[in-house]
Each structure stands twice: as C-alpha cells, then as structure tokens.
Design a protein around this ligand. Structure first.
Ligand SMILES: C[S@@+](CC[C@H](N)C(=O)[O-])C[C@H]1O[C@@H](n2cnc3c(N)ncnc32)[C@H](O)[C@@H]1O
Length: 386
C-alpha cells in the first residue's frame, strides 16, 4: 500500500503567470521550492504533505506526486515501463482510475493515445497481480495518474488533486464571464490589500474576487467547501489525517473581519448569483452586496482597494460599445475613491486607455491563454503634488 510518509518529488501546477504567487504560498506553508517553472513549482514532500497542500494552496491547480521517471523513446517503452510499476500498491484493484497527460514526443500525435497506453499497462499489471480488473475512464473523481513525457524523459505521477483545485465547489451559480477562482485569488494577493482593509469590488459578476478576498481575510482554507480529492482514492489513505487538517483549518479560521467587503453589479441576476455563491462558500455574512451601477457603489472611509474586472470586448460586448464604460470606471475612481488604491483587470489595453488615469504598475496575468493586465492606480484627491 502507498506509504503516505514517503518523500518524493512533488510538482504543483498552476495557470500560466501564477508561479511567483504560488511559490510564496508554498514557502508560507513551510516547504522549500526546488524549481520554479512557468506553470508550476517543484518541492520534496510526502503524500501526507500533499493533503495539506491540496487543502491550503489558493493559486495551484494540481498537486502531482512522482512515482517514477525514466528515459522513454517509444510507446512500447512506455507500456513496458508502466507495466512494471506496482500499481496494485496505489490503485484499489476494484476501484476506478483515469489517466491524464502532457506529452511532447515525436512518436505521439495525440495525448489520448499515450493515456490509453498507460491505462492498458496499469490494468494489465493489476489484473496480473490481483486477478481483478479496475474500471477506468475520463472521470477525475477517483484515482488519477498523470504522465509527463517531454522529449525522451517520462515521469509518471499520482494526481493527488483529481479535479482542478480551482474548482472550490462554491460557485454553483454563474454570471457572465466568471473568472477562475485560482486567478481571482492571485489577483487579490497581488493588490496591496491586507486583511483589515476594505475590499471593494464593483462589477462583481459571480462574486469570485470578493469571495476569495473573504477567504483570505478569514484565513479560511480555499478547499474547505470541497470534499473530494485524488489522494482519497489511494490504497493506504487514512481519513484521520485529512480530518485533522480540516479540523485545524477550521480552528485557525477567524469568525469576523475588520474591513468591509463590498460587491456590486448592475445586473440583478449577477448579484443573486454572487450572493448564492458566497452563501455556499460560507462567507455571505461578510460581504455587503448591492445591485447598482459602478458609479453608485458605496466607498467607505479608511484604507482599502477598489478592484474592478470589467468586460473586455473579446468575450462580452464590443470594443467600441465598452469605451464609455472604461471612461466611467476612471471617472468613478477619480471622483469617489480618493485615498484608495484602484485596480482594473483587463485584457484590452486599448480600452484601458479610456480609463484616463496613469497606471502605477501593470502586472501581467493570463486568463487561460489570453494575456491580461492588472493595472494599479494610486487615487489621490486633487493631484499627486497637492
Ligand atoms: C467580466 S464580468 C465580471 C466577472 C467576475 N470577475 C466573476 O468572476 O464572475 C463583468 C461584470 O460587470 C458588470 N457590469 C457591466 N457594466 C456595469 C456597470 N456599468 N455597472 C456595474 N456593473 C456592470 C456585468 O454585469 C458583469 O457581471
């Protein structure tokens, strides 16, 4: 059975652009990054560590625990190698598993083919050892294996997450163009907002930014609403350890916060969705929702940030139609938000010019593959000199 105390290489994947934030989160959890890549961070850790990592990382997508690596030159090598690994010690022989992969090798045109080779080799091995054939398919709710085959080296991992960690399980209602939860968490952590300050989020849509801010303000684990992970479906999994991680997280979460979290949108359906999602997330009592135009969003006195994710033309509405909206965002920030730091997250730099404010910084992000920027505005009353 799997030894949950055995250390191995653990590769933690994240969306493009989020590795620097992920690295900081990993260090804060007490691990030392060995390597930082464009879409992930590598550490040494046990499967028990993976339980905490899955539970606490806000910007990660998957936590992969390395089983073996080998030079592999053709599909037959892959088949023979995988067949020799003791899968009966990892995958319940009467269980269900799936295989995912990222392959860059001249013998493989389609990743699905590599998945099939791995799947058949695992089934053959378990049938030979246990005389029973596990079920397999594309569902990521049970045991999941991940093959990474780049040029002539292949690595095979247990995917201890299963479904992406960005799926926190609270977003049961969606509005137009919702943002990935991991991206929202990275944006919140990239602003100069700190728990205790106000977090104001006009154009909240399904409420992702406000909900992620509430999680951070409470020190609430991002996966606390989720109840299924890949590690739960491994031979040797001990639920007590997971329950301990959950209980400790519950104890360390705050009940109340100091600053206000305000979420508004002019679409009543979006506000209803955001409220519903916040309720599922268990943070609805901390967020003040209002259905109103951005210009009517209440800005409380005191330190805080105003974070706006407007439509940006590629996904909703057209560029020209959106110009007045971007001007309205700039006017609102100038006239109503003095003393706060303003942020606009957009993929459309032509529209961003219509805001009419000078950005103090432009942080690059990717919304899946679309390049975006988080623009930061220092909002003074009068001019900076005054
Ligand atoms: C790109 S979506 C925000 C998505 C959000 N970040 C999420 O994760 O769901 C933009 C939102 O701006 C809202 N909106 C557009 N124009 C507005 C205005 N003038 N005042 C207030 N909200 C507006 C839309 O209703 C939409 O929900």
């Amino acid at each position: 059975m799997a030894d949950f105390n055995q250390k191995s290489t653990v590769n933690i994947s994240c969306p493009l652009g989020l590795a620097p934030t992920l690295k900081e989160e990993i260090i804060a959890l007490g691990f030392t990054p060995k390597e930082i890549r464009e879409t992930g961070v590598e550490i040494e850790a046990t499967l028990n560590d993976c339980i905490s990592l899955n539970f606490w990382l806000r910007t990660a997508h998957r936590v992969h625990y390395l089983i073996d690596e080998k030079p592999i030159h053709k599909p037959d090598d892959l088949r023979n190698w995988v067949k020799r690994l003791p899968w009966e010690e990892w995958i319940p022989h009467e269980g269900y598993f799936s295989v995912t992969s990222r392959v860059d090798h001249h013998t493989i045109e389609n990743d699905q083919f590599a998945n099939l080779v791995v799947k058949d080799a695992v089934v053959d091995r378990i049938r030979y050892k246990k005389n029973v054939r596990p079920d397999s398919g594309s569902d990521l709710q049970k045991s999941v294996l991940f093959l990474f085959w780049n040029q002539d080296v292949a690595r095979i991992f247990i995917d201890t997450s299963g479904e992406s960690l960005s799926r926190r399980n609270y977003r049961t209602a969606t509005a137009a163009a919702p943002m990935q939860e991991s991206l929202a968490a990275a944006i919140v952590q990239s602003t100069n907002w700190k728990p205790g300050m106000h977090f104001i989020n006009p154009m909240t849509g399904s409420g992702t930014l406000a909900i992620e801010a509430a999680f951070i303000a409470l020190n609430k684990a991002p996966a606390s609403v989720r109840n299924n992970f890949g590690f739960m479906h491994l031979v040797g999994y001990d639920d007590e350890i997971y329950q301990k991680v959950r209980d400790e997280a519950k104890k360390s979460a705050l009940k109340e916060i100091d600053g206000k979290i305000i979420a508004t949108d002019h679409d009543p359906q979006a506000v209803l969705s955001a409220q519903k999602n916040a309720k599922t997330a268990g943070v609805d009592h901390l967020i003040e929702f209002e259905c109103c135009d951005i210009s009517k969003t209440h800005i409380p006195d005191g330190d805080g940030v105003v974070v706006v994710n407007p439509p940006y033309g590629m996904r909703l509405g057209e560029d020209t139609d959106l110009r007045p909206l971007y001007k309205e965002i700039g006017d609102f920030m100038k006239s109503n938000c003095a003393g706060k730091t303003g942020y606009v997250f957009t993929a459309n730099m032509a529209l961003a010019k219509k805001i009419g404010l000078r950005a103090a910084s432009r942080t690059q992000f990717f919304n899946t593959t679309l390049e975006c920027r988080l623009l930061e505005f220092e909002l003074y009353s009068g001019s900076k000199k005054d």
